[in-house]
Design a protein around this ligand. Structure first.
Ligand SMILES: Cc1cc2nc3c(=O)[nH]c(=O)nc-3n(C[C@H](O)[C@H](O)[C@H](O)COP(=O)(O)OP(=O)(O)OC[C@H]3O[C@@H](n4cnc5c(N)ncnc54)[C@H](O)[C@@H]3O)c2cc1C
Length: 304
């Protein structure tokens, strides 16, 4: 079994950033990743300073290239199957049978989306239909925009999208679950609500041009945003380590992603559901600094 100071599971911006900080702090690190980036459907990533518009894969490639300058950081391709807490740290088992022992463990495994079964959504997701207006709203500003979703969630999402376009139409693909007040608010702003089931999102080369309803009505729309992507944690490793969940169902973490399990940190989307690239990278950096401090203090005590 290979040993290191810190094992990081998940090589998105959160894990990559933590690895960079730890490598620069002379710590031995294994970064385990199975290359299933949540944003891989997107053609471009936005809002990351100096890299606005970069392809998601390119951002990761650049980060991995930087990490290769640090000899104590090992990039390990593979899927972490489970982790257990042992005396002095953790043991992480990969699905190919490899094992790593570490003093600290960072979970940065993100979320996975499970899109609703709307015909044509997969073809348009990441090209002209998106989950996040902060990420892609600017590029689709003032367009005829479809908003997909139900209930209070889609109402709040529509209010947010109003920042980027006033030409909005809500498609609930069945009963909208909006209350009377919410419906009236939409009407007052000229926002149409379509509760009829969706037959298909019609597109060319990933670019939406209309939403076709079951009854045959064709509603022209050039972009879309989806309120609920059916996202859930990509990994249940924290459950196996008995990390408690808070009232909202998220893993219970304190400052810098520290958990109640000694030496275990959860950062990025795995902690927050949707952190954004900068936010996830920031959390990796912060967790890294705290871990270095903890390790240094432990070593200080040992070297009396
Ligand atoms: C379509 C789309 C577009 C987006 N566009 C933007 C944008 O333009 N700007 C922006 O700021 N944000 C954007 N986001 C959000 C952004 O992608 C996430 O918030 C961010 O990637 C979270 O980073 P993370 O490191 O926490 O997780 P992720 O980036 O999801 O990385 C998690 C990593 O962990 C790996 N992993 C999971 N489980 C295991 C396991 N058991 N073993 C090994 N590896 C594992 C996965 O393969 C993945 O590489 C977008 C999201 C989506 C879905």
């Amino acid at each position: 079994m290979e040993e290191c100071d810190v094992a990081i599971i998940g090589g998105g911006p959160a894990g990559l950033s933590a690895a960079l900080l730890l490598g620069r702090s002379l710590r031995t690190v294994v970064l385990i990743d199975n290359d299933r980036a949540r944003n891989s459907a997107a053609k471009a990533s936005h809002g990351y300073m100096t890299r606005d518009g970069v392809a998601p894969g390119e951002l990761r490639r650049l980060a991995r290239e930087e990490l290769r300058q640090y000899p104590t950081v090992r990039l390990q391709q593979g899927t972490a199957k489970e982790a257990c807490s042992v005396q002095g740290g953790f043991v992480i088992a990969l699905s190919d049978g490899r094992q790593f022992a570490s003093r600290k463990l960072v979970i940065a495994t993100g979320f996975a989306d499970h899109l609703p079964p709307i015909r044509g959504l997969r073809e348009t997701y990441g090209s002209s239909v998106f989950p996040c207006p902060f990420c892609d709203g600017y590029e689709r500003r003032n367009e005829s925009t479809a908003v997909f979703g139900r209930g209070h969630k889609v109402y709040r999402f529509t209010k947010k999208l109003f920042n980027w376009s006033k030409d909005l139409a809500v498609f609930s693909d069945g009963p909208s679950e909006l209350d009377q007040g919410e419906r009236e608010e939409l009407i007052q702003r000229g926002i149409r609500l379509f509760e009829e089931p969706i037959e298909e999102l019609a597109s060319r080369d990933g670019m939406l041009h209309s939403v076709i309803l079951r009854g045959g009505a064709v509603i022209p729309r050039t972009s879309g945003f989806i309120a609920d992507t059916g996202a859930s944690e990509a990994s249940d490793i924290p459950d196996g380590l008995l990390v408690a969940r808070d009232k909202t169902g998220k893993f219970d973490t304190q400052a810098h992603g520290k958990t109640s399990v000694d030496g275990l940190y959860i950062i990025g989307d795995a902690k927050n559901a949707f952190t954004g690239l900068v936010g996830a990278a920031g959390e990796g950096y912060e967790a890294g600094t705290i871990i270095v401090q903890e390790l240094a203090e432990e070593d200080w005590e040992r070297c009396r």
